[in-house]
Design a protein around this ligand. Structure first.
Ligand code: FRU
Length: 489
């Protein structure tokens, strides 16, 4: 029997499946005004099992509609992670503007034999904008050369070399393949065996260009599990050049797209033009199968727009919530208006619960600006004494989120804790944006230079908020905005 339902943890503006297990986002592609989000899904259980591609769509990146399952396991195996493209020129011959999914088939029978040949890449296509799918009769299109971990193809059209490029996770490195037609693939190069974090297997890569001051840089995302900066799963990235054959990083500095514990396997939507929109799985393999939600497990992060920012000699990827999410702040006139407090002097602490009435509405945004960032923490708590700390540690020059006392933590000893990420900005002043949903917080600091995403499970919503700054802090403005989906949607 399923455990009692937990509607209190159901996110409002983050995608979660109605029922059962979800992990990685897959096949993210934009077509005719619709954002498609496929996902690793086990429709018969609340833990990982034989993988399908679930399907959801959104026209505004805020409200999601779950659709019937897109891809079912078949005789070649389970349907593991992968991507989707719009084949505008019908290179594959499935039809003009066919949606083509490129995914990993994972064959459990082969796996049992232990030959190391159990993961290979296959195609499926849809001629009705993702409603129905046909698996390509010639699958697999890329067979396994004998590499144990050989998966998660992310394919995009590389205009300069006029070919499809597949970025594939191959155990401890990335292997790039090229193709004229999505069906025949040849190896281009390998990257990363001696670079980046290697505390776990490499998974779910992505490769895309972004421009900064008129110059194009190529970003390579690589998820790794375990080996993340705060334990378990996380996504690192490299910035460099890609010439149609080889990826050359511009720096060896270790970089993470998100320093929190709950943003994994994230990749970008295809077919969005120069705008690069990202979303990750808001969980961590260290405890994902134990989180206390029912009848579903896990949600996705908020969609984020990626950009580049230069700090000294380094080029970083910044992540900010997509502008579409601001529609959540446009709510009916009434008692849910946003509240701004200005010029707050905090020393050593300041309770602002009276002004910022959080009562029982778990979706809200907090924005804090200061001209001089010093040691500080935002403390959110409730009548049960549960509390979440989000702060900045000046000595370490780190932001942190401490969920040790933020509700239920006992389901896994890997879950509770204080997690930190470096402050990369060098300005004295700072701006922090925090997005809360029923069971998550996403911190975007310094224009998205440092990002932290964490989930938590309170026994009742936050009702109190305070600031702590033992050495003194002046907050120029703190704005609280309840977030609400428009009624009737
Ligand atoms: C990452 C991952 C992928 C794989 C999928 C299986 O979370 O392990 O590498 O394709 O999940 O569900």
């Amino acid at each position: 029997p399923a455990p009692p339902a937990t509607p209190q943890y159901r996110p409002a503006y983050h995608f979660s499946p109605a029922r059962m297990w979800m992990n990685d986002p897959n096949g993210m592609v934009y077509l005719n005004g619709t954002y498609h989000l496929f996902f690793q899904h086990y429709p018969e259980g609340m833990t990982w099992g034989p993988m399908h591609w679930g399907h959801a769509t959104s026209r505004d990146l805020v409200t999601w509609q779950e659709l019937p399952i897109a891809l079912y396991p078949d005789k070649l195996g389970m349907i593991f992670s992968g991507s989707a493209v719009v084949d505008a020129n019908n290179t594959a011959g499935f039809g003009k503007n066919a949606l083509v999914a490129i995914f990993t088939h994972h064959n459990p029978d082969e796996e049992k034999k232990g030959t190391g040949h159990h993961q290979y890449q296959s195609l499926a296509y849809s001629l009705d904008e993702g409603k129905t799918w046909t698996k390509y009769a010639g699958n697999p299109v890329l067979s396994n050369p004998g590499i144990q971990d050989f998966r998660d193809p992310k394919v995009s059209w590389h205009e300069a070399s006029h070919q499809w490029v597949m970025t594939l996770a191959t155990k401890d490195r990335i292997t790039f393949y090229g193709s004229p037609d999505l069906k025949s693939w040849s190896k281009l190069s390998e990257f990363g065996e001696k670079l980046g974090a290697h505390g776990g297997v490499w998974e779910c890569p992505d490769l895309f260009p972004l421009t900064l001051n008129g110059k194009t840089h190529w970003v390579l995302l690589v998820s790794i599990n375990p080996g993340g900066p705060n334990g378990g799963s996380a996504t690192q990235y490299f910035v460099g050049q890609f010439d149609g054959k080889t990826f050359t990083p511009a720096s060896t500095t270790q970089k993470w797209i998100d320093w929190g514990t709950d943003n994994y396997a994230g990749v970008t939507w295809g077919n969005t033009g120069p705008r690069k929109l990202f979303l990750g799985w808001m969980s961590n393999w260290a405890y994902a199968e134990k989180v206390p939600t029912s009848p579903w497990r896990s949600a996705m992060t908020a969609p984020r727009e990626l950009a580049l920012q230069q700090v000294g000699a380094e080029t970083y990827v910044t992540s900010l919530p997509v502008k579409e999410l601001t529609q959540l702040t446009r709510i009916d006139k009434g008692n849910r208006a946003s509240v701004t407090m200005e010029n707050l002097t905090v020393k050593p602490a300041l309770n602002i619960s009276e002004k910022l009435k959080l009562t029982a509405h778990p979706q809200f945004q907090l924005k804090l600006t200061t001209k001089q960032l010093t040691d500080m923490a935002l403390v959110l708590s409730n009548e049960k004494g549960e509390e979440l700390l989000i702060g900045y540690d000046q000595k370490q020059n780190q932001y942190y989120i401490d969920r040790s006392k933020a509700g239920q933590t006992g389901f896994s000893d890997k879950f509770p804790g204080r997690h930190a990420g470096p402050r990369l900005a060098t300005s004295p002043g700072a701006e922090l944006t925090l997005l809360f949903d029923a069971a998550s917080v996403e911190l975007f600091a310094d224009g998205g230079l440092t990002t932290m995403t964490e989930i938590f499970f309170l026994s009742q919503p936050f009702s109190k908020i305070a600031l702590r700054a033992p050495g003194g802090l002046t907050v120029d403005a703190l704005t609280y905005t309840p977030l609400a989906l428009k009624k009737g949607k």
